[in-house]
Each structure stands twice: as C-alpha cells, then as structure tokens.
Design a protein around this ligand. Structure first.
Ligand code: NDP
Length: 290
C-alpha cells in the first residue's frame, strides 16, 4: 500500500479513482486541467502537482482518465511531458483503434502502456462491484496488479491493446439488447393491463435462463457447426412472425421484432433454416447497417 500512484484527470471518475488509492493508503499525486477539482482529494491527503510534467515524474504508475483519447493525446503530447521509463494505464473510454494507436505512440516514447475500460459508475469504485478491464503486456499488468486492486475487481484480457475497448462495447451491446427485449415485452403486456413490475420477475427469469445457453452456443460458433439440438432457426423465425403480428395487432412498436426476423430470414435464404440459432453469427459478422 506504500506504492505511489499518479492520477491525471479529476472528473467524476478520476476523483473516484484517486479517492480509492488514497483510501487504500497509496501516496497519490493528482493533476487536473481545472485544479480546483483536486480540493477534496488534497484534503484527504493527495498531492496536487503544479504541472502535468511534474505529476508524471512522481509515480512509476500513472493512471489517466479524461473525456476522450483526443484529450489524452493533447495532455501527453505537451512539451513538458517526459514519458520515458514510466508506466501508463489509460482508463479513458474510446475505441480499439484509438487504444492501439495510443499504445504505439506512447511506447515509441519509451513508456510501458496498459489500456483499460471501467465497467462501473464512480460511487462503486473501490468496491468489488466495480469491474475494471485491462489489456496490454501481461508482465506490466502483473507488476501493478496489487496497486490496482484498490480500484475494484480487476480483469486481464490479453496483450492486444484494443481488447478492453472491444469488451466494453460488447458488454454495452448485451446490456441494451436485454433492456430493449424487456421493454418490448413490457409494452406488449401493458396493453393487457399488466404493469411493468408484474412482468419484471418473469423477464428476469427468462433472461437468466437464456444466459445459461451461452457457453454451449459459443462452442457451436467456435466449432463452426450448428446442429439443431433443441430448435431449428426456421422454427424460431415462425415464432418471430408471431411476435411481429402480436405487436402490430395490439399497437406497439414492431421495429425490433422485424429486425430479428429480417436477419433470420437472410440466414434461412442462405440455407441455414435447419440449423440452430447461433448460425446467425454469420449475419452478425458481416458489415451491414448505417
Ligand atoms: P467528466 O466529464 O466528469 O470529466 C472529464 C475529465 O476530462 C475532467 O478531468 C476534464 O478536465 C478532463 N478533460 C477533458 N478534456 C480535456 C482536455 N482537452 N485537456 C485536459 N483535460 C481534459 O467525465 P468522467 O470522469 O465521468 O469520465 C472520464 C472517462 O471515464 C470517460 O472516458 C468516461 O467515458 C469514462 N467512464 C466514466 C463513467 C462514469 O460513470 N462517469 C463510467 C465508465 C467510464 P476539467 O476538469 O479541467 O474539465
């Protein structure tokens, strides 16, 4: 707990990160473009560096968490910033190409680079509930793991610097898909006077049940073999038609069910109607959509 750390960027998230390091007993140096955001942290024992260059000289591990990668580039590209010999963990949200490009740029300047993504909101930082994804050289992650443990539940994904960003958006795709499916069902049931709270426990059970299928379905995808063990895609497509018809009949939005069916229909037209649902990975793996 006596390992020093530096936190650059004291927005809502950066303040939470620095606060968790302080709470765990790490000597913590902070810097922010607007210095007043450090006031509370300084009161809790943080050292406010006068310049970003000065902040980076302090610790061997520097965490940066600002709005976007453009801000990261602006800050680290400043003339008084010397990156040689330091380790940088970038917890700023962005895409995989930006993460890989920043890795190239930073390592060319002699620094070690880890990228990460925070799958949590600021109030949970410092508790096990906060899941933080990391990628980059494993040895660098291992070196700093015990320090980073102060932030939450750590996950190491692999050496590719784009992985944290990819897992981040993949997780969001899961989140919005589950929420949209639930909202579709809620809209349907409300037409029969069933309120959202009554339907929610059923929906939750359904979502949890479907989640159980993922490991087995993943095996089919990885083996590129989709025997219809429980149901053929053509059977699913017929049920999708019911969902569309019912939605239209009771006057709720049918866009989402129509999207499901359009994708299934294309796969069936390509000859996959007798195979199992995950064969749709072929449709998801193609560029389409504006
Ligand atoms: P805030 O808007 O609260 O803070 C943004 C921070 O970025 C501030 O410290 C701001 O400095 C700094 N900044 C922005 N542009 C520049 C620039 N050009 N030069 C210097 N500093 C700059 O955002 P959050 O702290 O909430 O988010 C930070 C990152 O964390 C984002 O990438 C976000 O996606 C990610 N994240 C946030 C979550 C959340 O729930 N809040 C959840 C998961 C990830 P200043 O104070 O001077 O304006």
């Amino acid at each position: 707990t006596d390992t020093p750390v530096t936190v650059i960027g004291l927005g809502l998230m950066g303040q939470a990160l620095a606060g968790a390091f302080l709470k765990a007993g790490h000597p913590t140096t902070v810097w922010n473009r607007t210095p007043s955001k450090a006031d509370q942290l300084v009161a809790e024992g943080a050292r406010l560096a006068p310049t970003i260059g000065d902040a980076l000289e302090e610790g061997s591990l520097t965490i940066i968490c600002v709005t976007d990668y453009q801000a990261v580039q602006e800050l680290l590209g400043a003339s008084d910033v010397e990156l040689d010999g330091m380790t940088l963990l970038n917890l700023t949200s962005g895409d995989s190409a930006q993460a890989r490009e920043t890795a190239r740029w930073v390592t060319q300047r002699g620094a070690r680079y880890l990228d990460g993504a925070i799958m949590a909101v600021p109030p949970t930082i410092g508790t096990a509930e906060a899941v933080i994804l990391h990628c980059g050289p494993q040895a660098d992650f291992e070196t700093h793991k015990s320090t980073l443990d102060a932030l939450g539940t750590l996950s190491y994904l692999g050496a590719d610097h784009g992985l944290a960003s990819l897992y981040d958006v993949a997780g969001l795709a899961m989140m919005w898909s589950v929420l949209n499916a639930w909202l579709q069902g809620t809209a349907l049931l409300r037409t029969a006077g069933v309120d959202a709270a009554t339907y929610a426990p059923f929906a939750r059970q359904m979502a949890a049940g479907v989640a159980e299928w993922l490991p087995g379905y993943a095996e089919q995808i990885d083996n590129n073999s989709f025997p219809a063990e429980v149901s053929a895609l053509a059977t699913d497509a017929r049920a999708m038609a019911h969902l569309i018809k019912e939605s239209e009949a009771v006057g709720v939005n049918a866009e989402l069910p129509k999207l499901f069916k359009a994708m299934a229909d294309r796969s069936i037209a390509a000859g996959h109607g007798g195979e199992q649902y995950p064969v749709l990975i072929e449709e998801f793996g193609k560029p389409r959509g504006d």
